[in-house]
Design a protein around this ligand. Sequence first.
Ligand SMILES: CC(C)(COP(=O)(O)OP(=O)(O)OC[C@H]1O[C@@H](n2cnc3c(N)ncnc32)[C@H](O)[C@@H]1OP(=O)(O)O)[C@@H](O)C(=O)NCCC(=O)NCCS
Length: 294
Amino acid sequence: MHMQLDGRLRRVISFGKRKVFRYAKKGIDMRIGKQDQAFTAIATSDADSITVRGHNLCDELIGGIAFTDYFWLLVIGEHPSPAQRKMLDACLVAIAEHGLVPSVQAARMTLAAGPDAWQGAMAAGLLGMGSVVAGSSETAGRFLAEVMAKAEADGTDIETAAIASLHSLKERREKVPGLGHPQHSAGDPRADKLLEIADELDISGPYIETLRALAKHAPGIINRPLPINVSGAIPAVILDAGWPLEALKAVPLLARTAGLAAHLYEESMRSIGFIMSHKADIAISYDGKTSKRD
Ligand SMILES: CC(C)(COP(=O)(O)OP(=O)(O)OC[C@H]1O[C@@H](n2cnc3c(N)ncnc32)[C@H](O)[C@@H]1OP(=O)(O)O)[C@@H](O)C(=O)NCCC(=O)NCCS
């Protein structure tokens, strides 16, 4: 079967319910999605110069800008204000390192098994930064935005929307993003410090208000102590500082890359990767089927 799409003749191949469009004629390039935004505003270069976000890399940036400012400039396209710089710096320091957490274990065991593959070991660590631990800032940030949007849509205040959202999470038996910590059950000191800095810098806004409303009502609704954790505090303070929601994940990822670098360097000098894998082998018992020989 043939059909006319974008003015060109394509063959339609069906795989069950799925339809795949193939060009009928050979030599026509494949196009997927809209093609009308063929621009990047981040960097460009020619034989003599490299321009990043409108600044000459060698004349203005190298040796002229600190890395936290550069990170903000790269992602957002503007220099941070002093308060934004301090808040981002604080978030990066807060989440860079927390000992032998799963992302670090994955990275160190990978380096022990492949000492020549730092990039693979680093990637293994970053891949473990998901919605449960280490990378959960993004999930928490999106949840805060959802609660704020609910307040606006319902024409209520943030506290009312937070209470309704907590009930809805409870009904669905889902965890409250950004709250709870198995080790810091009395309160995550990193979260408290970040919120304190945000207050000092006077950047507290709707995200922090939403987080505080959730933390106030969660224990009563979920029926257990649920302190704000670092992955709840990071999105609240950095979004109120003006960081975009869509780039939230970059903050813990960049920070943990620095922590992983320390662990990979230590791993290459004094390996514990195989000790961890040995201890896991001892800690976890086999309860699968026995073989016929037994
Ligand atoms: C981090 C996390 C995985 C720890 O969970 P945990 O190891 O079960 O922690 P605890 O042992 O303290 O939990 C005790 C109980 O509280 C519950 N609980 C913990 N955090 C919860 C949350 N955010 N919302 C609802 N219930 C929660 C647990 O399910 C557990 O319930 P159970 O006894 O009925 O099984 C959990 O708090 C969570 O998923 N939080 C949301 C994601 C997040 O913010 N992650 C960032 C961590 S820095």
